[in-house]
Design a protein around this ligand. Structure first.
Ligand code: FE2
Length: 209
């Protein structure tokens, strides 16, 4: 059975460096009628659990550990038995939100997270956060980019733990090298494609954000 991709939008707040912003996040649910993986358990464990329904949730994969992408992960894991995956370079960020609960497993570059009809290859793409990852499924023709690449350019790099030259290296070397028709499914807002974004790399470098 071919996997399908569902998008759930949840609302909450992002907090860093003493500021707080209202945000909406994309929660991606990937799998079939029996088993799914959640990418970024944002804000609302009950809403995500309801969207998963009676399917088995095997993994919660975190694209990075900004609080808006991980705030509901422990509650969702406790309710379902799913394994929480995070790149270890984002543990310092994780601990700001969840000081008493570590992720269950460490993501490594090149690793493949397997689920029902899903093979998510982990691409370590630091810059927005040190442990930011994207998840590429060549069979589905999609890459889940978290806050690394959006429709219109790179994720924000103005706050702590971020670095603009590093995100540019990640996008150029790991994402824009994917097939141009690859769908880019983002952590916030609308989707795009690799081919739609690739021509704009020099503009982003010139504007510096
Ligand atoms: Fe973020």
């Amino acid at each position: 059975m071919t996997a399908r991709i569902e998008r759930l939008v949840t609302a909450g707040q992002f907090t860093l460096d003493g500021g707080t912003w209202d945000v909406e996040n994309n929660v991606w649910i990937v799998g079939d009628d029996h088993e799914v993986i959640v990418i970024d358990a944002a804000h609302d464990a009950d809403a995500i659990a309801a969207a998963v329904g009676d399917r088995r949730l095997t993994a919660i994969v975190c694209t990075h550990a900004h609080n808006d992408h991980i705030d509901a992960a422990p509650a969702l894991a406790d309710a379902t038995g799913a394994v929480i995956w995070l790149h270890p370079d984002d543990l310092p960020l994780w601990k700001r939100t969840h000081p008493d609960r570590d992720p269950d497993a460490h993501l490594l570059d090149g690793q493949v997270i397997e689920g029902a009809g899903v093979d998510l290859t982990v691409l370590h793409t630091p810059g927005h956060a040190p442990g930011a990852v994207c998840l590429y499924d060549p069979g589905l023709g999609v890459v889940f980019t978290g806050d690394t690449l959006f429709q219109g350019g790179p994720g924000a790099t103005g706050r702590s733990y971020s670095h603009f030259p590093t995100i540019i290296d990640s996008i150029r070397d790991r994402l824009l090298t994917l097939p141009p028709e690859t769908k880019v499914l983002t952590g916030h807002g609308d989707s795009t494609t690799v081919g739609a974004e690739a021509p704009h790399l020099q503009e982003w470098i010139a504007r510096g954000r």
